[in-house]
Design a protein around this ligand. Structure first.
Ligand code: S3P
Length: 429
């Protein structure tokens, strides 16, 4: 496992292209796998998490071939998946295990799906309960992976999810494709809707609004080429970095700007950051655009409620930004961060404290006072890609050297992150 040493830099300049959106990439592979023919997925994320999804689908008998800028997925239809020879490995990926569980619940075979140590500690009761209500049997130890899923004919349910989670919602909608009748999911706040949009694109009978997502089954899916836009959750690190460093301008091309993912832009606006959005187009129902950002003076903000699902993966980098903002930034209603790839509230509080930030950890969030000068420190990545990347950006504005332990995890979502960072550093010293 490798460590990374980082130093302060003067400014950042340039044009950045980030990997394909991770959430949309998972869905493109999974939905195409059960469509009625072959389709091309271009712009597919190179993230290890997405490779985990591809490997699981291959183990279920789906052919996925490399193609220019992506893959060709040979859909096997709604009833063409084959029993896997051994346990499916979702690696570090919550999206892989939860979405595939929805599909496995409807198969006429038993399959086990598991993952790495972090994934085996993450909560699965949130999908086990609804899938069992639909008629699947799921064996687990204390509602944690490995999950052994015995599928079969499913019944449609009305499910009120206690958490705003696109993974839970997508799991149930994918199962609902196979159930006769209307499967409805409501959630406390609207989470990302990429599954709904992609299922619509492939001809499923699916309806969604802020309050409700509903699918009418059984459904057939028609193979359709998919172009995946760049990942705004990856771009977020550079958006914040470009605004934090003086004399900086960064341009990010082809970034997905689905309104349920652009909370980072709303949050940055409330913190006093200006950005421009140009060249917006829509493909496969997903909007994408060029975003340009330049240096700004940050002010404090409050982030909570319906905003949290829209910034759920961006809170680590927003916490770094908050240390440079004038005033007290409050992040609340963000308990879900405790059950991500790491306990992100604890990881953020520990690392920010080591860098000299003024931070208080609450049960459901963080309170950060600024501005404070950050000091270089020896930090842990907690084997969490977003913690590693957020603190790599913090290191650029800190005084002295920062070492981040175990940064290999960055490849979970953003292979090439450090090469891009290297290419935009401008330092005359
Ligand atoms: C994701 C949903 C979010 C997010 C994760 C990806 C998805 O998780 O944090 O990185 O692709 O559906 P939850 O749905 O559990 O909040």
């Amino acid at each position: 496992m490798s460590d990374k040493k980082l130093h302060p830099v003067q400014s950042l300049q340039g044009t950045v292209r980030v990997p394909g959106d991770k959430s949309i990439s998972h869905r493109a592979l999974i939905v195409s796998a059960i469509a009625d023919g072959a389709c091309r997925v271009s712009g597919l994320s190179t993230a290890l998490d997405v490779q985990s999804t591809a490997a699981c689908l291959k183990a279920l008998g789906v052919k996925i071939n490399k193609a220019k800028d992506g893959v060709i997925v040979h859909g096997v239809g709604m009833h063409g998946l084959q029993p896997p020879r051994k346990a499916l490995d979702a690696g570090n990926s919550g999206t892989t295990i939860r979405l595939l569980a929805g599909m496995l619940a409807a198969q006429n075979f038993t399959a086990t799906i598991t993952g790495d140590r972090s994934l085996r500690n993450r909560p699965m009761r949130r999908i086990i309960e609804p899938l069992e209500l639909m008629g699947a049997r799921i064996d687990s130890d204390d509602f944690k992976a490995p999950l052994t899923i015995t599928g079969g004919p499913l019944r449609a349910i009305d499910f009120a999810s206690p958490v705003a989670s696109a993974q839970v919602k997508s799991c149930i909608l994918l199962a609902g494709l196979f159930a006769r009748g209307v499967t409805r999911v409501t959630e406390p706040y609207h989470s990302r809707d990429h599954t709904e949009l992609m299922l619509q694109e492939m001809g499923a009978n699916i309806h969604s609004s802020e309050a409700l997502a509903a699918v009418i089954g059984p459904s057939e899916l028609h193979a359709r080429d998919i172009d995946v836009p760049g990942d705004i959750s990856a771009a977020a690190f550079f958006l914040v970095a470009g605004a934090l460093l003086p004399n900086s301008t960064l341009v990010m091309e082809n970034i997905g700007v689905n309104l349920l993912r652009t909370g980072i832009l709303t949050a940055l606006t409330s913190m006093g950051v200006n950005y421009q959005i140009n060249d917006q187009v829509e493909l496969n129902r997903e909007p994408r655009a060029t975003i340009a950002v330049k240096s700004a003076t940050f002010r404090a903000t409050t982030l909570g409620g319906a905003m949290i699902p829209r910034i759920v993966d961006e809170i680590p980098i927003l916490a770094i930004a908050a240390t440079q903002a004038e005033g007290v930034t409050t992040i609340k209603d963000a308990r879900e961060l405790r059950v991500k790839e790491s306990d992100r509230l604890a990881a953020l509080a520990a690392n920010l404290t080591k860098m000299g930030a003024k931070v208080r950890e609450k049960e459901d969030g963080l309170i950060i006072s600024g501005p404070t000068t950050l000091h270089g420190a020896e930090l842990d990545s907690y084997n969490d890609h977003r913690i590693a990347m957020a603190f790599s950006i913090a290191a650029l504005i800190a005084d002295g050297e920062t070492t981040i332990k175990n940064v290999d995890c960055v490849d979970i979502s953003f292979p090439g992150f450090y090469d891009i960072l290297e290419s935009i550093i401008h330092d005359e010293r």
